[in-house]
Design a protein around this ligand. Structure first.
Ligand SMILES: O=C(O)C(=O)C[C@]1(C(=O)O)C=C[C@@H](O)C=C1
Length: 392
């Protein structure tokens, strides 16, 4: 039965109370997932249990129906809750596995000023690690790596691939020569908008400030804008800063709406990326490698060069297949100074410490001219568990 209320304020008071209760319950559930993680250490059960998730989701969909909540709504909410629970457990277990890896305050370097996509990714990555961030903006990828190598920062966050513009070659090339290890990854949705500093209209825009990557990711929409002057910037944040300083009705920047707010910019047009689902995967690098507990899914990144013998790459890939090691990504880059030679980057969904991976490394070392492990790190990609619920 619905209660009757006298005023909007009164209704809002109740909504606020319910929202607070929801938050308190979410926090309580999160604490319980910590207890679950502790019990899994004792029983050495993996964090992810998709059978349990299936059962839980089906039960909640059924329960939701009793309250006229549709199945999609319930599923979406609980996918988010379970993702948080998995990542929270992972962060806790990783802290126990690497007790001195995370200090209460960490210095993190990234490309661009406040509000850049790399800055947003850094904040997101460290948000579950219960540590305070000191942010270090850098004007190029080389510096992001340098400041970690020289000890001025503890971590560096670098974009490595985007779902619409592909691999970020400059970052792959830096990985060839660095002594740093990959210790983490995070995938962030990228929501590009056209941002302006003053009220204006699309037909007035004749100059666009943007980093080359987002420009490429929005190429289809930008073509529809006709002949506009392109000013390339060293980061998305720099594009927003310049447009904010100009305060002109004919200039716009490509950037994220919430970052734009930091610069006093408002979206003139949202959702301008070629692909609706536009994601960037970032890697986190540090001076010291980490171990990944076997209770959570891990990724290992290798680089290797096979020389120019025909079929040598295939031989390497067969080693992985025969050991049942799933390859998540293969990228090749030229070796600077050695024309026609390629360096291969391989991401596999296997823990470096596993028997299979150790055997693979042994065999690959025999087959390659050069091989190096760039790092083993927790996979933060929590794929939602699908459920088949009966149609009405
Ligand atoms: O029950 C568990 O085993 C949990 O780890 C908790 C939980 C959840 O949040 O409900 C999270 C991850 C598992 O895949 C299943 C369920």
């Amino acid at each position: 039965m619905t209660k009757s209320y006298h005023s909007l304020d009164e209704i809002r008071t109740h909504v606020t109370r319910i929202d607070n209760e929801i938050l308190a319950l979410l926090a309580e559930r999160r604490q319980l997932s910590l207890e679950v993680a502790k019990s899994k250490i004792k029983t050495t059960k993996p964090v992810r249990d998709q059978e349990r998730e299936q059962a839980l989701l089906l039960r909640l969909i059924d329960e939701g129906k009793q309250h006229q909540l549709d199945a999609n709504y319930v599923t979406q909410i609980f996918h988010t809750i379970i993702e948080d629970s998995v990542l929270f457990q992972q962060a806790y277990l990783q802290k126990l596995t690497n007790p001195d890896s995370l200090q209460p305050v960490v210095r993190v370097s990234f490309l661009g000023a406040k509000g850049s996509y790399s800055n947003l990714a850094s904040r997101q990555y460290f948000s579950r690690k219960q540590t305070k961030l000191v942010e270090m903006s850098c004007s190029n990828f080389r510096d992001v790596v340098n400041v970690v190598e020289t000890g001025q920062a503890d971590y560096g966050v670098l974009p490595i691939e985007n779902t619409s513009s592909g691999s970020i070659n400059e970052v792959y090339d830096l990985l060839q020569h660095t002594s740093l290890s990959i210790v983490g990854e995070i995938t962030q949705p990228i929501e590009h908008c056209l941002l302006t500093a003053v009220p204006t209209s699309l037909d007035q825009i004749d100059t666009l400030y943007s980093h080359p990557q987002p420009h490429q990711q929005c190429s289809e929409y930008l073509r529809t804008m006709g002949d506009i002057r392109q000013e390339y910037t060293s980061s998305t944040a720099d594009a927003m800063l310049q447009v904010a300083e100009l305060q002109l009705p004919n200039v716009a920047a490509i950037g994220n709406a919430s970052s734009g707010e930091l610069y006093g910019l408002t979206p003139l047009k949202t959702g301008i990326a070629n692909q609706q689902e536009n994601f960037t995967r970032f890697i986190v690098v540090a001076r010291k490698a980490v171990d990944v507990t076997p209770l959570i899914p891990a990724k290992t990144t290798l680089i290797m060069s096979t020389g120019q013998k025909p079929g040598s790459l295939v031989e390497c890939l067969l080693v992985l297949r025969n050991l049942n090691i799933n390859m998540a990504k293969l990228e090749s880059r030229p070796v600077i100074g050695n024309p026609w030679e390629e360096m291969f980057y391989v991401d596999v969904e296997t823990n470096l410490k596993s028997e299979a991976m150790q055997q693979a490394l042994e065999e690959l070392t025999r087959l390659t001219r050069f091989i190096k492990v760039l790092g083993c790190y927790p996979s933060e990609n929590v794929k939602p568990t699908e459920v088949d619920y009966p149609e009405e």
